[in-house]
Design a protein around this ligand. Structure first.
Ligand SMILES: *Cc1c(COP(=O)(O)O)cnc(C)c1O
Length: 396
């Protein structure tokens, strides 16, 4: 089935039984299930397809969502987590041990950036952060100890891209695995597994859930790797997705195709409006020909998504205050991928000090891109004319 059909049907083999409900209506909220007496108690002996026993191992409602996410990513399997961050930390703490080396993008979701810089070194894991918009930077940073390369494309908040297949090639030659946070792209735009990635991460909180009402995360990957992740990151670390949230996210997923199409249409309108605005120095959206990596975006993304960023011509902080006070259709809020339009300001010196801590040429590259601060805009599904009118009155 094609992605558009997969969003609706995914895995509904159960619903084909006569008399079964056509929608996936059942939330199996149960924490435990009765088990035959021969079931092993330890996760160490976990067998795939074992009967349900405890919802930290597996839960029918969460399983159903995992099969749907896997199908959309063209992956053998997926593992759901309590949040995008627990997917990221779960993967890293399962794959990496003391002495191992991680190469990570120098600019990404702030929670991931801080965990990579502060959390992992406490366990003796070595980290190098590089600007992954040039695969040569990754190639140069590889060492015999490198186990994992971590990308986010498009990256938050800069909308910088990374060339997944080029980086997969250099990582694999060096014996490292590649992990891609594809939250902003969604599986409708990019399927990183087909480009050579080993793991795809989603914050299901964002586009896949899509309605700002549930937090969740997922890792899509090959089956054997999913079993390893389930044992260590779910059964032992314990960050499982709640079945209620899984059901909400699965319901959101059904409309992903139509939402992404409209997000893209609206984002293009807002990006073109901002590009001509006197108070705006630059607009970054992968679908704009002016995006420095537009050619890569056209190759790697079948939908340019609804997140854009822009830099003010001067005094971003003053403009941020104005937007927070005056926007009426947009909400001034820190998230993305919702039906509602959101906007927030990320001051450069603050981010460089707290989340990114860039120095030397990396700091220069970031300042060149981000000026004194980046406005991150998640364009929602409202009428684009209302969104533009709202920005127009607020920025005047
Ligand atoms: C939001 C986000 C995360 C973290 O996800 P949560 O569900 O909030 O934990 C990770 N990566 C990206 C790109 C995000 O936008």
């Amino acid at each position: 089935m094609r992605p558009r059909t997969l969003c609706i049907h995914g895995d509904d083999s159960d619903a084909r039984t006569v008399g079964a409900p056509v929608e996936a209506p059942i939330i199996t909220a149960n924490s435990f299930f009765t088990t035959p007496d021969a079931v092993s108690f330890s996760a160490v002996d976990m067998k795939e397809g074992a009967p349900y026993s405890y919802s930290r191992w597996a839960n029918p409602t969460v399983d159903h969502l995992e099969r749907r996410v896997a199908a959309l990513e063209g992956a053998e399997a997926a593992v759901c987590f309590a949040s995008g961050m627990s997917a990221i930390t779960g993967l890293m703490l399962t794959k990496l041990k003391a002495g191992d080396h991680l190469i990570a993008t120098d600019v990404c979701y702030a929670g991931a950036a801080e965990f990579i810089r502060d959390g992992l070194p406490r366990f003796g894991i070595k980290v190098t952060t590089v600007d992954t918009s040039d695969p040569a930077n990754v190639a140069r940073a590889l060492t015999p100890e490198t186990r994992l390369v971590y990308l986010e494309t498009p990256g938050n908040p800069t909308l910088r891209l990374a060339d997944i297949s080029a980086i997969a090639r250099v990582a694999h030659v060096a014996g490292a695995e590649l992990c891609v946070d594809s939250t902003i792209a969604t599986p409708l735009a990019t399927r990183p597994i087909s480009l050579g990635a080993d793991y795809v991460i989603h914050s299901l909180t964002k586009y896949i859930g899509g309605h700002g009402d549930a937090i969740g995360g997922a890792v899509a990957c090959y089956r054997a790797k999913a079993v390893e992740l389930r044992v260590e990151a779910l059964i032992h670390h314990g960050g499982v997705l709640n079945p209620m949230a899984a059901w909400l996210i699965g319901r959101g997923l059904e409309t992903l195709t139509v939402r992404m199409r409209e997000h893209e249409i609206n984002a293009r309108r807002v990006a073109e409006y901002l590009s001509k605005h006197a108070r705006v120095r630059s607009v970054y959206w992968p679908g704009l020909p002016s995006h420095p990596q537009h050619e890569l975006a056209r190759r790697q993304m079948q939908n340019f998504s609804g997140v854009l960023s822009f830099v003010a011509d001067r005094d971003g902080a003053a403009l941020a205050k104005r937007l927070a006070d005056r926007l009426r259709v947009f909400s001034y809020a820190f998230s993305l991928g919702s039906t509602k339009s959101l906007c927030c300001y990320l001051p450069t010196e603050d981010l460089l000090r707290t989340s990114f801590r860039l120095t030397g040429t990396n700091a220069i590259a970031y300042r060149n891109w981000a000026g004194d601060g980046v406005f991150r805009v998640s364009v929602g599904l409202e009428d684009a004319d209302d969104l533009i009118a709202d920005l127009d009155q607020a920025m005047r």
